[in-house]
Design a protein around this ligand. Structure first.
Ligand SMILES: [Zn+2]
Length: 341
């Protein structure tokens, strides 16, 4: 089968590789779409995956074959990524948690096989049938929506809050939609990439600043009556963006970092520690069953139109150039991108 194989730092090559074997408890899925996630881009550009790995986790597809002991799925089912692992039906956590999870170890695990490929084998604990009223493109966007819904929840928003986003990539755009839906006093953002800034504006952000041309911290502080925003969502993962979030936030405000820092970052606490911000680092690994249920419901009721953020569908052959474009925010013209193997 054809797959985009990670061969070295910053390189994905299209190769012919063996179709994955289906082990007991697994499904072999013919991939319909797989979204490009910020995590894929960061792992790729920082050289985290092991050689020969296949990236891609925001997938949907058709069940091609089922392994032994699989009763709940049939060949031909439309399926998507859905995290069941570790929870019983009542939503209580039952898995023995990795006490000190380390992303370097997780993402560099040898033989990691994702869905930037024609076929993909997955444990049934990470798959769900796609409801009839959910399109394939929307199904491939459930995981990033969950990441956003979960991160917004951690901001503990109140109607009187003002909110700022640093970075408005695809997940942050979903978060902006969610925040607007919950209802807050005002939303501001800082974004380098012009098309992403324009989309954020279209989704109702009061003012989107260009952090390379404008002093967005002073501007937002001024627009919030000198207080700064109550909640800052740090979605950029730049070398200085965590410090900017801490400098920007109001006294006793909350910062939620849904940002995958893969290199050292600079912080200057003297500028902000007396404002005593609450800083929460999070990933989708911490999402709860309710976040998945809520997000699927938002898609089904079209309360959030996840397809609206999808700007490009590419072939596997275009994936290397697409990764390079997405990593160049000033020139990038894409929002969310799906690969169609
Ligand atoms: Zn993702």
């Amino acid at each position: 089968m054809k797959a985009a194989v990670y061969t070295e730092k910053g390189v994905l090559e299209i190769k012919d590789v063996p179709k994955p074997q289906v082990h007991p408890g697994q499904l072999l899925v013919r991939v319909t779409y797989c979204g490009i996630c910020g995590t894929d881009l960061h792992n790729y550009s920082y050289g985290i995956p092991s050689q020969g790995a296949i990236l891609g986790h925001e997938w949907c597809g058709i069940v091609e074959a089922i392994g032994d002991c699989v009763e709940e799925f049939s060949v031909g089912d439309r399926v998507m990524y859905y995290k069941h692992a570790g929870f019983d039906v009542a939503g209580s956590e039952v898995r023995t948690r990795n006490l000190r999870p380390n992303p370097r170890a997780i993402y560099s695990a040898p033989g990691r096989m994702g869905a930037f490929a024609e076929y993909f084998a997955v444990n049934t604990s990470q798959a769900e049938r796609i409801p009839d009223n959910v399109s394939d493109k929307a199904a491939a966007s459930l995981e990033p929506l969950v990441a956003g819904v979960h991160a917004v929840r951690l901001g503990k928003l109140k109607p009187s809050d003002t909110v700022a986003f640093i970075g408005t990539g695809p997940i942050a755009l979903y978060m902006i939609e969610r925040v607007k839906q919950i209802g807050v006093k005002a939303v501001y953002a800082a974004e380098i990439c012009p098309v992403r800034a324009a989309k954020a504006k279209e989704l109702g952000v009061e003012k989107v600043f260009d952090p390379e041309k404008e002093d967005f911290i002073s501007e937002i502080v001024e627009r919030t009556g000198g207080r700064g925003p109550d909640v800052v969502y740090e979605c950029a993962a730049g070398g200085h963006t965590l410090n900017q979030a801490c400098t920007l936030v109001a006294n006793n405000g909350r910062i939620v970092c849904l940002a995958v820092y893969q290199g050292p970052v600079t912080i200057e606490p003297l500028d902000w520690y007396m404002r005593q911000p609450e800083i929460k680092f999070t990933t989708n690994g911490d999402s709860l069953p309710a976040d998945w249920e809520t997000s699927l419901k938002l898609i089904q009721t079209r309360a959030i139109d996840v397809e609206e953020i999808i700007s490009h569908v590419i072939t596997l052959e275009e994936i290397q150039d697409t990764f390079l474009s997405l990593l160049d925010p000033r020139r990038n013209t894409m929002l969310r991108v799906l690969a169609q193997p």
